[in-house]
Design a protein around this ligand. Sequence first.
Ligand code: DP6
Length: 339
Amino acid sequence: MKESLTTKWQAPSNIALVKYWGKHGVQLPANPSISFTLDACRTITSVHARKGSHSFSIRYEGVEKPEFAPKIKAYFERISSYCPWINNYYFEIDTQNTFPHSSGIASSASSMAALSACVMDFESTLTGNALDYHKMSFLARLGSGSACRSLQGEAVLWGEHNDTDGSSNLYGIDQSELLHPVFQHFQDTILLVDKGEKVVSSTVGHDLMNNHAYARARFEQAHENLTTLKKALKAGDLKTFIKITESEALTLHAMMMTSHPYFILMKPNTLSIIEEIWAFRKNTDVPVCFTLDAGANVHMLYPSEHKMSVDQLIHNKLAKYCQNSHYICDQIGTGAKKC
Ligand code: DP6
């Protein structure tokens, strides 16, 4: 056993096209999902582990953050039977995001992915085995479901799906080879409509899918949408890509509005932006579409060759709907990296 171990990894956020919404057991998804891995929106985490009884400290941008501790404590508890060696180490965790913490962008995916990369890096040092990306994704899932899609590959699929060999509820699998060249350097501009804390957390939202009147139909639809979307990704069929992606975003929010208790995470400006995107697409034929996370922010997805005209649209019409006119320009990336 080593006296101490140090490593540093960065992992990106991701944006789901077919959404994970509903779970059971220990972080098992109710339906399969697929996402594009992002590039600019990342968490950078360094961990120093020293021999001793297991516990940890957590700092964000150099400042102790006790409010982050419960989630990390739960994470370590969940992974300990898969990585028993962690019980012999004290972990000092230092973390920072490349995007503003209070931007309303989910940081749980990138942060749990980065931490899991550090844990697996240590495991590889201790065992002498090569880095195991499936286990990395498996551990990240135990921290936050969507985090398992932030480790490796430009497009990652998570959840058992009949039409996808090797798909698993336990970890995400790299689907980069699916992507037609039209999706290369695909852009994601994130319009920050509301940077505040969400009124209902994803965890609570997932729970509300239990006993949801439309749950069964929704889960079946996700399987079908995934099959159709995979074909579109392969063929470079942007029309179908847009149809499925926007429908998935609206369905996610429809599930929220039809939960009990019901809730709405979109804001008036979210709808204004959606209408502007639809009008722009109709008038220009530029294949830009939107998707939404569990929040009010709008992700605009489009091929990089249309960056200039979309930039103009944002500048002329959309920035005014964003809090302090803030938006983040991101694009498809490849996953976690050691720093
Ligand atoms: C709407 O992964 O944040 O972004 O597993 O409870 O941590 P937990 O949930 P989380 O849920 C993400 C939901 C989503 C859709 C998606 O990313 O697929």
